[in-house]
Design a protein around this ligand. Structure first.
Ligand code: GLC
Length: 480
């Protein structure tokens, strides 16, 4: 049987601090029983970009606690059979990181830690706007593929790789089981190119992929850590190519394209283009048979799925756990069917830089403030970064038909049922209106899955003896 693992993602700011996360581990274990919990960054950070702007990789940000709290978290998780993964943000640091502060002053040791140019290229950052920013202290431009608060590290400099070798050792000595590697495919740039980064054909022409793979190999190859890659771009071709080159380094990989239901970047367009179900289902079916594929339908980078699809969270859960993907990743709160909160019509209620970038872009394109806000409300990833509704966990635990109890049943089936753990996939039907029928077959046993995102018919998992799971529970006929 292929290797499999269930991952549960936590965005620490939604929990408040590390001790609070620790206090929730017993119930996470009971509800989802994940093999791994991946913690998004909790490191020292000025929090310009949700913690993905790291100012010190070996320090817990004060707001979350300290290293002793983290050790406790690792210990309690282990007692519940869960291992901890950290987010390894390799591509960039915060401008406040000591390395950048020294680099901009041309300290000889650090001068080449970042990518400095006298004349900027015309690259656009993933967040929109120029990817090169002038630094008046150094008198040169630095590259930032993401926000300008996140200067890109220069992996041509072996010292940078050595720094991360030390960081990885520091965390693994502390009992960390592995890493989710942020923006793993864009570590090394091809500096001679001019052009525009996001969603371009030939994405990989902009990066020195072989060099990136060498760096990743040096950092993560040949050890016992669990490593899961987040290649950015979301294009199937680039994802496949990257996977081929890094199979020996990563146990699993996400594809951000699975979050992108409308086949547009998660930006202004995502709200105005109707969901292309047929295309999306086919994409998921094609990708989910890849043995190391990690299927995520939510994350800290996308609004809540039940709101985006306007559908029953149970149907989304069935999609995630009945397709054959070996590394499903559940985002915090998915298991109670969390929807987008009401963050209001004021852009200042949206702390993320990306929400502001989208808003400004919409105003520049001629939208009124009101119309721009309507879109930001829908597409902002700040929707997924809110505190969780803890009382809903308690009340749903008591209701047999709740989303939470549905998750409990579904994840237990995913873990133990041979048809789901080993069965082949055969797609039977996909429609534009949101019907996805497929079959899972293991030897002579066949399960039929019927999903209907429109809600017009009941979504079901049926075995040879009747319905095993149904989005409308009153229709379940007990299995003989
Ligand atoms: C990854 C993270 C995202 C972040 C970006 C830059 O894609 O998931 O939240 O904005 O990297 O660090």
């Amino acid at each position: 049987m292929a290797k499999r693992a269930l991952i549960y993602q936590i965005y620490p700011a939604s929990f408040g601090n590390l001790n609070f996360i620790t206090s929730k581990i017993p119930s996470i274990a009971k509800n989802i029983q994940p093999d791994y919990i991946w913690l998004s960054p909790f490191f020292k950070s000025p929090w310009q970009e949700g913690g993905y702007d790291v100012a010190d990789y070996k320090e817990v940000d004060q707001r979350f606690g300290d290293l002793t709290d983290l050790k406790k978290l690792v210990f309690v998780a282990e007692q519940h059979g869960i291992k901890i993964l950290l987010d390894l943000v390799l591509n960039h640091t915060s401008v406040e990181h000591e390395w950048f502060q020294k680099s901009r002053c041309r300290d000889p040791w650090y001068a080449d830690y970042y990518i400095w140019l006298d004349k900027p290229l015309n690259w656009q950052s993933f967040f929109g706007g120029p990817a090169y920013e002038y630094d008046c202290i150094r008198g040169q431009y630095y590259l930032h593929l993401f926000d300008k608060s996140q200067p890109d590290l220069n992996f041509e400099n072996p010292r940078v790789t050595q720094e991360f070798q030390k960081i990885i050792k520091f965390w693994t000595d502390l009992g960390i089981a592995g890493f989710r590697v942020d923006s793993a495919n864009v570590l090394s740039e091809n500096k001679l190119r001019r052009g525009y980064l996001p969603r371009i054909p030939g994405f990989f022409n902009y990066f020195q992929t072989k060099r990136t793979v060498q760096v990743l190999d040096r950092l993560l190859g040949g050890n016992k850590l669990f490593a899961i890659a987040e290649p950015v771009g979301g294009v199937f071709l680039s994802f496949t190519k990257f996977r081929e080159l890094t199979r020996h380094i990563f146990d699993a990989a996400f594809n951000v394209g699975t979050l992108d239901i409308a086949d547009t970047v998660l930006s202004d367009k995502a709200s105005s283009v109707p969901v292309r179900y047929k295309k999306w289902f086919r994409k998921l079916a094609r990708w989910s048979v890849e043995p190391s594929f990690s299927l995520a339908i939510e994350s800290h980078d996308a609004p809540r799925a039940p709101s985006r699809f306007d559908t029953d969270p149970k149907i989304l859960a069935m999609l995630q756990f009945l397709l054959p993907a070996n590394y499903p990743c559940v985002y915090q709160g998915q298991e109670i069917g969390t929807k987008n909160p009401e963050l209001g019509d004021n852009i200042h209620n949206y702390p993320g830089v990306l929400s502001h970038a989208i808003y400004q872009q919409l105003l520049r394109s001629g939208k009124s403030k009101k119309d721009a806000m309507k879109i930001v409300k829908k597409v902002s990833r700040d929707n997924a970064r809110q505190p969780l509704d803890w009382s809903a966990f308690a009340s749903q635990a008591k209701q047999p038909d709740s989303v939470l109890n549905f998750y409990r049943k579904l994840t237990a089936l995913w873990r133990t049922d041979p048809v789901l753990t080993c069965g082949n996939l055969k797609v039977k039907k996909t429609t534009k209106s949101g019907v996805f029928d497929f079959e899972r077959r293991y030897h002579s046993q066949i399960y039929q899955v019927h999903l209907d995102f429109s809600g017009k018919t009941t979504s079901t998992l049926a075995g040879p003896h009747g319905i095993i799971l149904s989005s409308k529970p009153d229709q379940i006929i007990p299995r003989k």
